[in-house]
Design a protein around this ligand. Structure first.
Ligand code: ZN
Length: 245
């Protein structure tokens, strides 16, 4: 079983009736609900205002893949918790960073660049996601492209390190393009960024978006059989090249 934790800032839903109408159980509640229909996943949620943001060491130690949605309160996430999550990703926990999570402390730390820098606008445009890696496990069953009738526009240039796998590129009628589905490896961990999910758009109710997130979790899941050792000064292994001792 893949142990999934869906983390959400969970503030817009409490402060904005339009957002609450789209996500009455919170963005995390909506995502957890469709993920729970998968027989290979056990799902829990965590939010900013819980003690330790709901991400205690015990929770993280029992999480294989963490999903992250944040927007207005990135700076309220305690550095100590960011450190804790970072350490777990390097040790093999998957991280799925969603939408405005591009500017979160954890994503910026893992990428090492100014990932909060991109073009953005909110004009009610549609978006078309082109699959540019047809064989990638995250893209299975999505076809050449899929569309969302309304989503916030994100556009290039976006200051990320070159992705290890680029799965989707978005096109927007306003002329922008955006690397909207990107994979990276950090330590033993796998990271996927997926662009849709603006709080006033119903994107997490969309079947294709749900399919991408589900498949991204399976891709990011890495059961680790051993813990990397500490830095060690070693001797050579016994020489067996001549077949004798
Ligand atoms: Zn947004």
């Amino acid at each position: 079983m893949i142990r999934v934790t869906v983390w959400n800032e969970y503030l817009h839903e409490k402060n904005n009736s339009k957002v609450a109408a789209i996500y009455p159980e919170g963005i995390h509640g909506c995502i957890a609900k469709f993920l729970k229909t998968n027989e290979d996943m056990v799902v829990r949620t965590a939010t900013l205002e819980e003690p330790e943001h709901g991400l205690t060491q015990e929770v993280l130690d029992n999480t294989d893949v963490l999903l992250w949605w944040g927007h207005m309160a990135h700076n309220r996430v305690e550095d100590e918790i960011v450190e804790r999550v970072h350490k777990r990703v390097l040790a093999g926990m998957g991280l799925i960073c969603l939408h405005s999570g591009h500017a979160s402390k954890i994503f910026r730390k893992l990428m090492g660049t100014n990932t909060h820098l991109l073009r953005w606008r909110e004009d009610g445009d549609m978006v078309r996601f082109w699959t540019v890696d047809m064989a990638h496990p995250i893209a299975q069953g999505l076809g050449e492209y899929f569309e969302l009738p309304i989503e916030e526009t994100y556009g290039e240039y976006w200051d990320i390190p070159q992705p290890d796998d680029l799965v989707f590129i978005s096109w927007i009628p306003g002329g922008e393009v955006f690397r909207s589905g990107c994979c990276w490896h950090r330590g033993q961990g796998r990271i996927f960024y997926f662009q849709p999910g603006h709080e006033t758009c119903p994107s997490y109710h969309d079947a294709n978006v749900q399919k991408v997130i589900t498949q991204a979790i399976r891709w990011a899941y890495r059961p680790i059989a051993w813990t990397p050792l500490a830095d060690q000064h070693t001797k050579p292994l016994p020489d067996i090249s001549l077949g004798k001792n």
